[in-house]
Write a protein that binds this ligand. Structure first.
Ligand SMILES: [Zn+2]
Length: 258
């Protein structure tokens, strides 16, 4: 198809030529509770055990996802990492630092722990209320001011934090660029999702966030296990293409080169 655009980078509208709808599942592996003490207990007795329910369901439906891990707090063990990679999933960084140098360091450390290169980042904080972030990270409120230039300077290829745009778009500065993803929908928070046909897969690229620690019951929060399973079932039956952020990013990079 001849492009009617003359700008130096490709317009993302070309992506909609793909006939199939795409779904990306983003798994934010946050600490299991808002309490520092009980987090330590959870991590000590059954570290990241709460991922098992999700991995089982993904395996059942042949679904892959992008797992975002927080350095030093939810870095995966070799066991869990093996199970995740078996689902063809991607590992990305869920960062709590804002300075490019620190982000680059976290990237290197996570790559060492995972044994694969990490191309994506999302900022841990946009998915939480500010005061909880403050309590968990013990950092000042400046953490809310993550900016995508930091991710770019730290060497990431994409930033999935969630920006105010309708489609993925490149942010560029001199010879560097990074793909910024639009906002996602958290399918483990808020009222139950009903009428899947009218509320899911409404866009060409559908970004769904899962907090795996909400799948089973924690405290007063109701379990989301059956709901997530039903969503996996729906997405599979509707024939949507389930992809990782990295795969979508590669498409955009390819289009921008051509
Ligand atoms: Zn988070």
């Amino acid at each position: 198809m001849a492009s009617k655009y003359t700008s130096s980078f490709q317009r993302p509208s070309e992506v909609s030529d793909l006939s199939e709808k795409q779904a990306v599942f983003r798994i934010d592996v946050d600490a299991p509770t808002g309490s520092l003490l009980s987090n330590r207990l959870h991590l000590k007795h059954g570290y990241l055990r709460y991922l098992r329910t999700l991995i089982q369901q993904m395996t059942e439906f042949g679904i892959k996802a992008t797992f975002m891990f927080i350095p030093n707090r939810t870095t995966p063990t070799p066991d869990i990492l093996g199970e995740i990679l078996d689902t063809q999933s991607e590992v990305a960084l869920h960062a709590d630092e804002v300075l490019p140098g620190k982000l680059a360091q976290q990237k290197t450390e996570m790559e060492r722990a995972v044994g694969e290169s990490i191309s994506g980042i999302s900022y841990h904080g946009r998915d939480l209320i500010d005061f909880i972030v403050h309590k968990i990270t013990r950092k000042n409120r400046y953490v809310a001011y993550h900016n995508p230039f930091s991710s770019m300077l730290a060497g990431f290829r994409y930033d999935a934090t969630g920006y105010l745009q309708n489609r993925p778009e490149f942010l560029g500065l001199s010879d560097k660029r990074i793909l910024l993803f639009p906002n996602y929908r958290d399918i483990t928070l808020g009222p139950p999702i009903i009428r899947f046909d009218e509320s899911l897969l409404q866009q060409q690229l559908n970004l769904y966030m899962i907090h795996p620690n909400y799948l089973d019951k924690y405290g007063f929060r109701r379990s989301r296990r059956d709901e997530i399973r039903a969503i996996f079932d729906h997405v599979t039956k509707r024939g949507a293409q389930v992809r990782t952020y990295a795969e979508v990013c590669e498409d955009y990079e390819r289009m921008a080169r051509s």
